[in-house]
Design a protein around this ligand. Structure first.
Ligand code: C5P
Length: 335
């Protein structure tokens, strides 16, 4: 007698991924492609703050997405669904139950990273969906195909496939891991409730002359070299003065959101620390030797906002969080 056929979809297991936020420790703009995209030289660092994504084989016709936490906009446009669809195309019939197309996935996304904040939460979700879908389907892609699929989803997506701090060049597709960070530097994040559009910031940057600053590029090169050869959390904090000004998009974001100018100054005065901008903002950050020290600072910011000593721009109270730079992929997996 024949063995009863086991439905290939029922053999697939649910997958959970943490999708970390990122911080740009430096962001130099070093050129422009003919299609208008800007070439970068940027040190990216993943953070402990992360969205949580679960993917389950659904037995349904279509992929689905259920999201909780920060509002990520219309679900049908969400990068998680686009990433699953793009990965399915890239895999073709090459999955555990192939040769047919890989089955629909039910995605659940817990958004803990503020949206349109310069923390690349959406891009990280997309990378988690790409990687998680491959595991859920028992499929593999060659590194080049993974990278190409990620890069098509967005400039920041390839970075998240690497895991750990990295030097990011080109338009995001050249990712060189930097393995020399020792310890877990603490990071305070303060995100005013003012969504900032990255294309608008780049458009203002172009309008202001479209040229990066040579000293930003130099700081970025130095930091990448140090993070390659070995840098402690304390050494990184000691470089905060140079790093917090090493962002070529800073001026454009401050032109677009002028309320950030006095807020950044007031925050820096309160913390007695230099304060930087992540990516195109509006998230502001400060570095600490540990997450515990960042948590003390986060409490001070929350109290100051609540009692009116620190006046934050935006439609609501700012997002304030203490987190840390994480240095390995294993730290980004929950199971
Ligand atoms: O690639 P992504 O969709 O994240 O980029 C959003 C927008 O940011 C692009 O449409 C482009 O206007 C701008 N951008 C850029 N150069 C980059 C990355 C993004 O001009 N390297």
């Amino acid at each position: 007698m024949n063995e009863p056929a086991i439905d290939p979809i029922r053999r697939l297991t649910p997958v959970v991924r943490l999708a970390p936020a990122k911080l740009n420790l430096t962001l130099a703009i070093v050129g422009r492609r003919p299609d208008g995209y800007h070439r970068l030289h940027s040190v990216f660092a993943p953070l402990g703050l992360a969205d949580r994504l679960s993917l389950s084989p659904a037995g349904a016709e279509r992929d689905s997405l259920h999201a909780t936490g920060y509002d990520a906009g219309p679900l049908e446009d969400n990068l998680v669904l686009r990433a699953i669809a793009a990965t399915r195309v890239a895999v073709g019939g090459g999955w555990a139950g192939g040769p047919g197309r890989a089955p629909a996935l039910a995605a659940r996304l817990e958004k803990r990273i503020p949206v349109a904040a310069g923390l690349a939460g959406g891009s990280s979700d997309a990378a988690a969906a790409l990687d998680g879908a491959l595991e859920a389907w028992g499929a593999e892609l060659e590194p080049d195909a993974r990278l190409a699929t990620a890069a098509r989803l967005g400039s920041d997506v390839p970075f998240f496939l690497a895991g750990g701090p990295a030097l990011v060049e080109g338009c995001g597709e050249e990712v060189a891991p930097l393995h020399g960070l020792h310890g877990r530097p603490g990071v305070l994040l303060v995100t005013p409730a003012i969504p900032v559009s990255t294309p608008e910031v780049f458009a203002v940057f172009d309008g202001l002359g479209g040229r990066g600053n040579g000293s930003t590029r130099m700081s970025s090169g130095h930091l990448a070299e140090e993070l390659r050869s070995g840098l402690t959390a304390a050494d990184l904090v000691a470089r905060a003065g140079a790093l917090t000004v090493a962002n070529d998009l800073l001026q454009a974001t401050l032109v677009l959101v002028p309320e950030l100018v006095p807020f950044r100054r007031a925050l820096s005065r309160l913390l007695v620390r230099p304060v930087g901008l992540s990516g195109s903002g509006p998230t502001l950050w400060a570095l600490y030797p540990s997450e515990t020290e960042a948590a003390v600072a986060a409490d001070a910011v929350r109290v100051s906002v609540r009692d009116g000593r620190l006046s934050a721009p935006g439609s609501a109270a700012p997002f304030v969080a203490a987190t840390a730079i994480v240095s390995g992929r294993h730290e980004e997996r929950e199971s």
